[in-house]
Design a protein around this ligand. Structure first.
Ligand code: SF4
Ligand code: SF4
Length: 289
């Protein structure tokens, strides 16, 4: 029978090479890890009710995120990121979104997260103080029965708050690196990481109960207010107005939700870090190289 090649070209095909004559590329040695990875911390992303903007912000670290996952953290849970169905034990849980109290599964998930994680981090405005989900009144297309949402701090103890809607990629990255150093670093690194995280831990303690008076005492009366208006924009009951570039509160309207305090970029201003700013920057730069 005529060969397929001869049919096409009119040329006789060359005899096939014997297996011994076939040259193969020498396989490259598997790349050895330059750093031990056994000391990585385990991290999970727990997604409650929110817009996923915080996860996008985490991803916006691009190669920085790859670096964190290569050297510092194993991702052990994440609805869209890891093929794991049940919340496992982990060192750090990054929780995004608030909790719908009509959804019993979500309520159970946040309680399980608290039991399974050594450190619970509320990432972004919704997890920290409810943010836009406070305005939900039900009727959403897919889940019309979902009417009421609470920040996670109303249901469980929270260790660290990363404020913002969404928080900056750098802030999320820094907290991940600092959590690693706090859990696995040298004594000196632990001390610096503790200083970096201290105001975010303090914010976790008071985030959902702070009122306008706290903003007045800690920010405005300290001369730290820069008149950005974030507090007024965050207030769900319009208790804050701006006069002469500074916020004014109507205390009889305030429901003590903590939104203004959590959203204010100066409420977690870190005086201790100011003294050690260069050391902390070097620590983060060194970790990301
Ligand atoms: S009600 Fe408004 S002023 Fe009061 S704590 Fe909440 S955001 Fe601040
Ligand atoms: S959010 Fe903070 S810095 Fe901005 S106007 Fe309000 S108090 Fe001032």
């Amino acid at each position: 029978m005529q060969s397929f090649k001869k049919t096409l070209t009119g040329e006789e095909p060359k005899p096939a090479a014997k297996p011994a004559e076939v040259k193969t590329e020498k396989k490259a040695e598997p790349r050895k890890e330059e750093k031990p990875v056994a000391n990585k911390i385990t991290v999970g992303h727990v997604h409650m009710s929110g817009c996923t903007g915080c996860l996008v912000s985490l991803a916006d670290n691009y190669l920085g995120l790859v670096k964190i996952l290569d050297d510092y953290a194993d991702l052990v849970y994440g609805l869209t990121l890891a093929d794991v169905r049940h919340i496992p034990e982990m060192d750090v849980a990054l929780v995004e979104g608030s909790v719908c109290i009509q959804d019993h599964e979500s309520v159970e998930d946040i309680k399980t997260t608290r039991k399974k994680a050594k450190v619970v981090v509320a990432v972004g405005g919704c997890a920290s103080y409810g943010n836009i989900t406070r305005f939900a009144r039900g009727g959403q297309v897919n889940q019309p029965q979902h009417e009421s949402f609470l920040p996670i701090g109303n249901l469980i103890d929270v260790d660290v708050v990363i404020p913002g809607c969404a928080p900056t990629p750098q802030l999320i990255r820094n907290v991940c690196v600092m959590a690693y150093l706090l859990l696995r670093g040298t004594e000196e690194q632990k001390a610096l990481a503790g200083k970096y995280l201290k105001p975010l831990m303090a914010l976790a303690k008071r985030g959902t109960t702070a009122c306008f008076c706290d903003l007045m005492n800690d920010v405005i009366n300290q001369g730290l207010c820069m008149g950005c208006g974030s507090c007024a924009a965050a207030c769900p009951v319009r208790a804050i107005t701006h006069e002469f570039g500074k916020p004014q509160g109507q205390r009889d309207l305030c429901i003590k939700c903590g939104a203004c305090y959590g959203q204010c970029p100066r409420s977690f201003y870190n005086f201790e870090v100011m003294d050690e700013f260069e050391g902390i920057l070097e620590l983060i730069d060194g970790a990301m190289k």
